[in-house]
Each structure stands twice: as structure tokens, then as C-alpha cells.
Design a protein around this ligand. Structure first.
Ligand code: GDD
Ligand code: MN
Length: 396
């Protein structure tokens, strides 16, 4: 019997392996992927589940055409709740195999290691097998320095904060046993890109192994990895790290706030060094010279923070075009309120001398200042999320 005939027969029996492939604009890659998966798995009964988000390039049509002659191919054309992880989970839901594999459709993941990964799970000692670019024998292929840096930082965050036992937690290529999947699936947050991290981060009892492979270059189409993917990655890590009680977006807000603090300090130091105070004294003797440096650094950090919060923290509700103007003005007002709260709390605590006797003058100043900053931060968060970015499209 020829290959196609064997597969036709295989479609009648329950597949051992279900290979889920999420697709968005992969029409040109899909046929080659299907061939490569068949070549790798041979006569081992398997099915290929294409989870497509109604791609504009009609990937679903290509998939349906393939399914017409190849009954091992199944197609999910999804119309709602788009996203890589959500698509993968839907694909898994309809899978029938004992082992559930996830592989990118763009051929960057090498299907040739599928049998080895499945073999490890079949041995019964492992629940999840990760296709890894970071272990001995694997590789990232030709990546730009920027992409390497992003991946390196993201991997480090996952390893340090979540202590996941893999060298490539960002991999989108893995196989999990049906039992492992069923134990964990209900806890998964389907937002974002990092479906593997969700599985091994939520269920610590899963035994994980890695098989190396070399990440290949994309021949057709383009990557969907962008700023929003990096953002949702940080949201996912924050949620896995701290649980769902703390709004993960608040953490991004704090992170961005820390960047603002650095901008503020640097700008202040530069303004002082550039002799800003003299300018003021020349213009208006009544103004304390330090105020120009202070006002300059505060104003600059407000601007930088607005851009970062708009482009990153509140990405889903970001403003564009002329609407940026009223949004910035509202943000400015909120920031001024925050600055006033900061200064007022600091002055009040200093005057009341709360911690002076306990900590001494220097450390007490620091703590008083920090108290003001934290209070201002929390008040600003509520004002910003109520009046500036109203977070209508909350997708948490
Ligand atoms: N259904 C669906 N919906 N599929 C999607 C979506 C989506 O919103 N976004 C991306 N995909 C599909 C792509 O069509 C592709 O098959 C796969 O998911 C991976 O997307 P790419 O856009 O090719 O990601 P990448 O190659 O830049 O990212 C690689 O590195 C990441 C981290 O290092 C992949 O290997 C990821 O799996 C990996 O996590
Ligand atoms: Mn890719």
C-alpha cells in the first residue's frame, strides 16, 4: 500500500499522535508542513489539526483542500477569540490522540524530531517533551541581535521567576500526554503566545524532558511576534508568578513607572549639570533655582511615561492620531495630582518627623519619599484606569 493509502487506513483508527498546528497566514507553508509531518511520523497513526484564525490569506481554504484528499488532516476555522494559545487549546480540545503535539506551521520547528519526542513520552517517564533550541545540539538559527536579546531576557525571566525546569521555556514546540493535558487544561490562561509556559508553569508535577533541534528560517510569510506578544508574555509571567489576585497590568504599570523614575533621575542630573538653575535665576529671582531642573525632569518623565503606558501598558486601549492630545492632557492632570500627592505626603511626614528618631535623618527622608511615591502611584493607577485608559476591551 502506498503512503496515502496507509494514511487513509490510519484515519479510521484512533490516532496515537495528534499534531496541532496554529496558523495565521500560513497558506504557503501548510502543504509542506503536512508533508513533513507525514514523513516524520510515517505509519504511526496520527492526525494533523490545523487551528486557523480565519486567516486573510485563506490558510483555512488550503487546509480544507488538503483535508479533501488526506483524511488525517482536520481543520478548525476559528472566527472568534483569536490568538495563538487559544487556537492551540481549541485544537487540543478536538484532538483524539494519546499524545498531543504542538508545532508551528512555518517549518521553523523541525518535524523530524517528533518520533523521538513521542518516544520519550511513550516510555512513561516523561509527561511533556519540549523541542529545544537551547540544549546541546539545538540552535536558534539566524536571528538578529535584537531578537536574540528579547528571547534571552524572556527566557531568563521565566527561569528565575518561575523556576521552570527547561532550557527553552519560550519554545512553541512540544508534545504532552493526554493525561498531562487533561490535568492542566482547565487552569490555562489562553491569552498570549506562551502555551508551553502555561502548561509547565501551572502544573509543577509534570515531568519535563527536552529534545534539541535547530530553529530554521522562515521561507514564506512573516512572524507575528511583536510588541503586543512581548507584553502578553510579561502579563502571563506575572500571573503565573503572583497569581490572579494582583492585576498583571498593574505590574506592567509599575515596571513602566520604574523606567520613568530612571528617566526622571537622569534628566534631573543632566539639567543640573547643564546649569538650568542659572537660567531661572536670570529670568526670575523669586523662583528657587532647583525648580527648573525639577520641573524639567518631571515634565520629561511624564511625557515618556505617557508614551510607554500608551504603547505598552494599556496597549489594548491605546490612543492614536489626534485623540492622543486630549489623552495626554488628561494624563498630565493625573500626573500633576500624583506629583502633588507625592510632595504633600513627603512634606507632611518630614514635618511630623515620624521616623526621624528611629531611622535617623537620611534614611527617614528616603522612607518618607518612598511612601509618597507609592501612594501617588496607587492613586494615579486608579485615576488613569478610570479617566485615561478605560480598559473597555479588558482581555485578562
Ligand atoms: N491560529 C493562530 N492565531 N495562529 C497564530 C497566531 C494567531 O493569532 N499567531 C501566530 N500563529 C501561528 C503562526 O502561523 C505560526 O504557525 C505559529 O503560530 C508561530 O507564529 P510565528 O509568528 O511564526 O512566531 P515566531 O516564529 O516569531 O515565534 C517563534 O518563537 C517563539 C518564541 O521564541 C515560535 O517558535 C514560537 O512558537 C515561539 O514561542
Ligand atoms: Mn515562526
Amino acid at each position: 500500500m502506498d503512503d496515502a493509502g496507509l494514511r487513509r487506513r490510519a484515519a479510521d483508527v484512533v490516532p496515537v499522535v495528534s499534531v496541532v498546528t496554529p496558523t495565521f497566514n500560513e497558506a504557503e507553508n501548510l502543504p509542506a508542513l503536512v508533508d513533513a509531518v507525514h514523513a516524520a511520523l510515517g505509519t504511526l497513526p496520527h492526525e494533523i489539526v490545523v487551528a486557523d484564525d480565519d486567516s486573510p490569506d485563506r490558510t483555512w481554504e488550503v487546509a480544507e483542500r488538503l483535508a479533501g484528499t488526506d483524511p488525517t488532516v482536520r481543520v478548525l476555522r476559528r472566527f472568534r477569540d483569536p490568538g495563538l494559545s487559544a487556537a492551540v487549546l481549541d485544537g487540543m480540545t478536538v484532538s483524539r490522540g494519546e499524545y498531543l503535539a504542538v508545532i508551528d506551521a512555518d517549518l521553523q520547528h523541525d518535524p523530524a524530531i517528533l518520533p523521538e519526542m513521542v518516544g520519550l513520552l511513550a516510555s512513561g517517564t516523561v509527561d511533556v517533551c519540549v523541542g529545544s533550541r537551547a540544549t546541546e545540539g539545538g540552535g536558534y538559527g539566524e536571528w538578529s541581535a535584537a531578537r536574540r536579546l528579547v528571547s534571552w531576557v524572556a527566557t531568563l525571566i521565566a527561569k528565575v521567576l518561575l523556576r521552570v525546569p527547561v532550557s527553552d521555556p519560550m519554545s512553541g514546540y512540544f508534545v504532552i500526554t493526554r493525561a498531562g493535558y487533561e490535568q492542566t487544561a482547565s487552569q490555562i490562561n489562553a491569552r498570549g503566545f506562551k502555551i508551553l509556559l502555561e502548561f509547565i508553569g501551572r502544573n509543577r508535577s509534570l515531568r519535563v524532558a527536552e529534545v534539541p533541534y535547530e530553529f530554521r528560517n522562515r521561507v514564506h510569510g512573516e512572524t507575528k511576534l511583536n510588541r503586543s506578544v512581548i507584553r502578553s508574555y510579561l502579563l502571563a509571567v506575572s500571573e503565573l508568578w503572583l497569581g490572579r489576585q494582583i492585576d498583571p497590568v498593574f505590574l506592567l504599570y509599575v515596571l513602566v513607572g520604574l523606567v520613568g523614575l530612571v528617566v526622571n533621575s537622569v534628566a534631573f542630573a543632566l539639567a543640573e549639570a547643564a546649569g538650568f538653575p542659572l537660567w531661572t535665576t536670570g529670568l526670575n529671582k523669586a523662583v528657587d533655582p532647583i525648580y527648573t531642573s525639577f520641573l524639567f525632569s518631571v515634565q520629561l518623565s511624564i511625557l515618556v511615561l505617557f508614551v510607554l503606558n500608551n504603547e505598552f501598558t494599556f496597549w489594548e486601549d491605546r490612543y492614536r492620531g489626534w485623540k492622543l492630545v486630549p489623552a495626554f492632557l488628561a494624563y498630565e492632570v493625573v500626573s500633576i495630582i500624583g506629583t502633588l500627592i507625592h510632595v504633600a505626603v513627603f512634606t507632611f511626614l518630614q514635618n511630623a518627623g515620624f521616623l526621624l528618631s528611629v531611622l535617623g535623618t537620611g534614611p527617614a527622608r528616603v522612607v518618607h519619599n518612598l511612601t509618597g511615591a507609592v501612594l501617588a502611584l496607587v492613586v494615579n493607577w486608579f485615576l488613569n484606569t478610570t479617566y485615561v485608559w478605560k480598559r473597555r476591551t479588558r482581555r485578562i
